[in-house]
Design a protein around this ligand. Sequence first.
Ligand code: NAP
Length: 304
Amino acid sequence: MKQYDIIVIGGGPAGYGAALYAARGGWSVLVIEKMSVGGQMTLTHTIDNYPGFDQGIDGWELGERMQKNAHRFGAETLYATVLSAQLAGEDKQIVTDGEILHAKAVILATGAEPRLLGLPNEQTWSGRGVHYCAHCDGRFYQNKTVAVVGGGNSAVTDALYLSHLASKVYLIHRRDALRADRVYQQRLDQQQNLEILWNTTVEELLAEEQLTGVRLQSTLDGTSSVLSCDGLFVSIGRKPITEFLDSQLALNEQGYIIADESTRTSLDGVFAAGDVRTKDLRQVVTAVADGAVAAHQAGEYLTR
Ligand code: NAP
């Protein structure tokens, strides 16, 4: 039987932040990561808002460095997919696609993934014109033309942010009214270089080596048109990765694990760190900080 003091699920900045603090604190720690370390950071070419890297750092490299840092203090990594977890009680069992692991405490750091449009070649052009984080990748589009898809607060704040960088911003929304707060809508009207395409959906990504434009369709009469643009920012919401929890923990309406700054969840000995937790600011630096707090809280729990 493989038993650890703490099992961390998810190998992004929250997961390795937690693993570093927990392993350095003397606990036996396993991080379970399904694919490659770094989480959503790997979608970003240059992270230049993580302190200490004055020239910015590639998201992939930062993920690997965080892993090495935690391994230096004895944390281990298992590459496997978590299928289910039994989190109540003192013996917590994590079922992966290969084995059942046991832990006294669990830190959930599975993050959230952007919702995709679901277009056939969307993943092919991801990072080459198609993006899911305006604050991460917007700066590649200085004085260029970009489009943002969505009508919620994220899409509108992304469009506003991009309007200060790009020469022209189109906001593509499938209905004739925005879901975003009124205060943001008023700001949209004030931006000269921002145009809203109402009742419109993106039907096709047009690309050669890089995105060149999108084919649009009117939801009113079905007519199709081509919009030339250098970048497309998909901002139609995020999906926290919590399916494997199978309703064991309290989640909010959007599916995020309810936990305050202490990272404690509705179950004893289970902590939620990073983007999967209810919080205001989802950034690498806040994920790492959550990881440290979760490791501290898990240590307190284990000591008790
Ligand atoms: P959201 O509020 O769920 O909005 C998603 C938007 O994407 C909606 O306008 C929706 O259209 C559209 N959409 C969904 N699926 C689509 C598809 N397949 N094709 C085209 N459009 C699609 O998500 P969010 O904007 O990411 O915000 C998430 C939460 O964070 C919200 O509670 C939001 O208030 C909060 N947030 C707050 C701030 C802030 O500054 N206070 C900033 C960002 C986010 P419909 O409207 O037609 O459904």
